[in-house]
Structures are given as C-alpha cells and as structure tokens.
Design a protein around this ligand. Structure first.
Ligand SMILES: Cc1cc2nc3c(=O)[nH]c(=O)nc-3n(C[C@H](O)[C@H](O)[C@H](O)COP(=O)(O)OP(=O)(O)OC[C@H]3O[C@@H](n4cnc5c(N)ncnc54)[C@H](O)[C@@H]3O)c2cc1C
Length: 402
C-alpha cells in the first residue's frame, strides 16, 4: 500500500484553502498540487480592480503572504491534469505523469466563455488570469477607447476601472439592463444609472455582430447595424466550469462537477469552488454552482474536511452565498440565492442615492439581500437568510443604519 497521497487539482483559491486545511487537520503525508498556470496561487478580484487600474502589482496578489514551507507541497505548476481514473484513484497529467492518490480535491474553477466567431485580433481580451489582466493593462496604458461586451460583475468592474483611468468606455449588453438575470430589472436599472452617471456609454438590448480590424481590433459591429470604434475590447459574457479534463472520468458533469450535499463527487473525490455543483440544504437542496470568492474559500476548507472524515460523520455544506463587487466608490454586496424574478423591497436607504439595501423574497421566504454601500445592514439580512427568516420578518427588521 503506497503512503497516503492527497492531490489537489487547481492551484488557486479553493485548492489552496483545501491544501491548508488538510495540513491543519494533521495530514502529514504527500500533498501534490497541480495547476495549469505557472504562477503560485494568486487572488483574482484585484485583476478587475487595483491591478487593472495600475495601483497594485502582480506580487501584491499572492494568496499566501507567508512562505509555503509548512504546507510541504509537491508542486506541479504549469501542467494540466488530463485524466482522472475514479475507481483506481489515478490522476494523469498532460506530460504523462500518473499520480496514485488516496484523496483528490477538484478545484479547477472556471474559464471565460467566448463569443462564437471572435477573430484573433490583437486588442480583444477576456479577463480571468493574471496574464489576461497584464495584457489588458498594457493595452490600456496606450490610452485606449474601450468596449466592454457584457455588463455582468466582471464587465461592470472593468468599465468602472477604465473610467477611473479616464478612458472612453462603451458597454454593450444584450439584455435590457445590466445583470437582469441575476438581480432583476429594478436593481439592473440602478446599476445602469450608476454607470451612466460615471460617463459610461451603456448600450442595452444590443448584440455584437462582429469585430473589424486588420491586425488590431478597430471597431465592433452591432446587430442594429451601428458600430463602435475600439482600441481595446474586453469580453465578459460569463464563464463555464473547467470540467473538460473530466469528460472520460465517469463523474457526473452537469454545468460543474455534481457532488452530494457534503461535496463528495465519488469515494475519495471532492470538488470545491467555481467548478463545484452541489445541493445546498439551506435552500432546500437547490442545486448551486457559485462563482464567488467567499464560496471558493469556504468550500475548499469544507471539501478538505470531507476527505478526512468517514461517510457517517460527514456534514452538509450549507452556506449563505455571498459576493461583493467594487465599482467606482461603491461596494455592492449580494447575500443569499438571489434571482432576477425575486420580489424586491427596498428596506434601507434609497435607490435614488445609490445607497440602499434591497430584501429579496421568493415564496414568502427571505432568500437574499442586495446592498449598495451599506455593508452593516446587509450583514443583518445575511444573518436572517441563514436563519430562514420569512420575507415578512425581513421587512420588519428594526435597527437599520442611519
Ligand atoms: C477578474 C475577476 C474579478 C473577480 N472579482 C470578484 C469579486 O470582487 N468578488 C467575488 O466574490 N468574486 C470575484 N471573482 C471570482 C473569484 O475570483 C472566483 O470565484 C475564485 O477565483 C474561484 O476560485 P477557484 O479556486 O474555484 O477557481 P479559479 O480561481 O478559477 O482557479 C482554478 C485554477 O485551476 C486551474 N485549472 C483549470 N483546469 C485545470 C487542469 N485541467 N489542470 C490543472 N489546473 C487547472 C486554472 O488554471 C486555475 O488556476 C473574480 C474573478 C475574476 C476573474
């Protein structure tokens, strides 16, 4: 019997937190960490904010400030995992190395969706990795007219950061408002107002028909036959889970690695972070795959704990989802499982002032809250979501922030 080996696939937030937790819980065997990128684990949120703004440098994004010595990781960086043999517990890397394991954490995250037919012109970017960020930043340094395709969180943050750099910014969004699917039309309209107030040319209800240019992009063609001149284009039309390498594994894949409520995908195999889909018991088993920092960190820890306990001692992973986004001087926070068709009630502040909290309800239950610049109040509602409060109770919450 070989010595126990745990392998973490994906050297980013969820993977690092899992590795740290395995060591914290006393695992002292071999710990292998495989990462397709050549970098040590780094933090992605600054890539659309301070690093893109030029206010922070790549080295500021290290996820672990202290040395790695205590984790005694056997690194495989710059190498992709290519195959997982579930029954035999063998991981194969792209260079043919085969790693037998006792336990495996799948933490391969997500990668940006592409717009079909996008030509290979310089100046057209996606933003997921540090290398993507530095490439965009170098283009922005030349003083650019920026077109952002997609007004989700990433697109909105890129737009805000570029306006902070005094660049001309056009945002193209196919739907009637930014984030209408995630936050609904009322809050989507508030976001639209926020960006227009900061000088973004936000065009909604328009799709991209194509890109023109010789070697570099010069303009974006829209499906209403208008065009927008562009030196830099950032496409932010969402991500998809990085599960391609698992296709022959026999694991259940359905827009993510499908796990049980304890994050187990198969015996000895767990998943965590943007790649993981699991039924969240706090929302009556609603199947979720989250693309948020807090989830990746918490789920990495929970997945490592799951690997080290017997089945009968395993506990369900039941968090209140949470995401923040920094746009201009505003911190936007969303707690809970919020959807575009939820009931929306402003319970604190006002949308006019762009400082407010909205309670979000579904079937009589408080399912979440959205806060613009109101972190303390937002946290009160986050707690109520975890306590399964009714929507009526949420509307009565006393002690709001003045
Ligand atoms: C620009 C940007 C800004 C963000 N801002 C915020 C924010 O403000 N707030 C918030 O809550 N969230 C934010 N997020 C989301 C947050 O960063 C992610 O939820 C988080 O990084 C997910 O961590 P992860 O470890 O699950 O996956 P990832 O961070 O995606 O890491 C997965 C790693 O696995 C590697 N990998 C993939 N396939 C393989 C393979 N076959 N073999 C080996 N390695 C592989 C990838 O290269 C990658 O390094 C932001 C994300 C981005 C991109």
């Amino acid at each position: 019997m070989p010595a126990p080996t745990y392998v973490v696939v994906g050297a980013s937030l969820a993977g690092l937190r899992a590795a740290e937790e395995l060591r914290r819980l006393g695992f002292d065997g071999r710990l292998v960490m495989v990462g397709a990128e050549s970098h040590l684990p780094y933090d992605r949120p600054p890539l659309s904010k301070a690093v893109l703004a030029g206010e922070a440098q790549p080295e500021d994004t290290a996820l672990r400030k202290q040395p790695y010595d205590d984790l005694a990781i056997d690194w495989r960086l710059g190498r992709r995992a290519e195959q997982l043999e579930v029954a035999d517990r063998i991981l194969t890397l792209e260079d043919g190395e085969r790693i037998e394991f006792t336990g495996c954490v799948i933490a391969t995250g997500a990668r940006p969706r592409v717009l079909p037919g996008t030509p290979a012109l310089a100046g057209i970017h996606v933003l997921r990795t540090l290398d993507d960020c530095l490439a965009i930043r170098a283009d922005l340094d030349r003083g650019a007219r920026v077109v952002v395709v997609g007004a989700g969180f990433i697109g909105a943050e890129v737009a805000a950061t570029c306006r902070g750099r005094h660049l001309d910014v056009t945002v193209l969004e196919m739907l009637p408002t930014p984030m209408v699917r995630g936050l609904g039309p009322v809050l989507g309209e508030v976001l639209a107002r926020l960006h227009r107030a900061h000088g973004v040319d936000l065009r909604t209800g328009v799709g991209v028909a194509g890109f023109d240019g010789l070697e570099r992009v010069e303009r974006v063609r829209l499906d209403d036959e208008s065009t927008v001149d562009a030196d830099v284009v950032v496409i932010g039309v969402g991500v998809e889970p990085a599960t391609d390498w698992l296709e022959s594994s026999g694991l259940t894949l359905d827009n993510g690695v499908v796990c049980d409520e304890t994050l187990l995908a198969a015996p000895g195999i767990v998943a965590a972070g943007d790649v993981c889909r699991w039924p969240n018991p706090l929302f009556d088993g609603t199947s979720m795959r989250l693309e948020h920092w807090t989830n990746a960190a918490e789920q990495g820890i929970a997945a490592a704990q799951r690997l080290l306990v017997d089945d009968d001692a395993a506990v369900p992973f039941a968090p209140v989802p949470f995401v923040w986004s920094d746009q201009y001087d505003l911190k936007i926070q969303v707690a809970g499982h919020v959807q575009g068709d939820d009931q929306v009630e402003i319970v604190d502040g006002s949308t006019e002032d762009l400082r407010f909290v909205a309670a979000m309800g579904r079937n009589g239950r408080l399912v979440g809250a959205v806060g613009f610049g109101r972190p303390r109040v937002l946290m009160q509602y986050r707690r109520m979501v975890s306590e399964r409060a009714t929507f009526a109770e949420a509307l009565e919450l006393p002690g709001k922030e003045a």
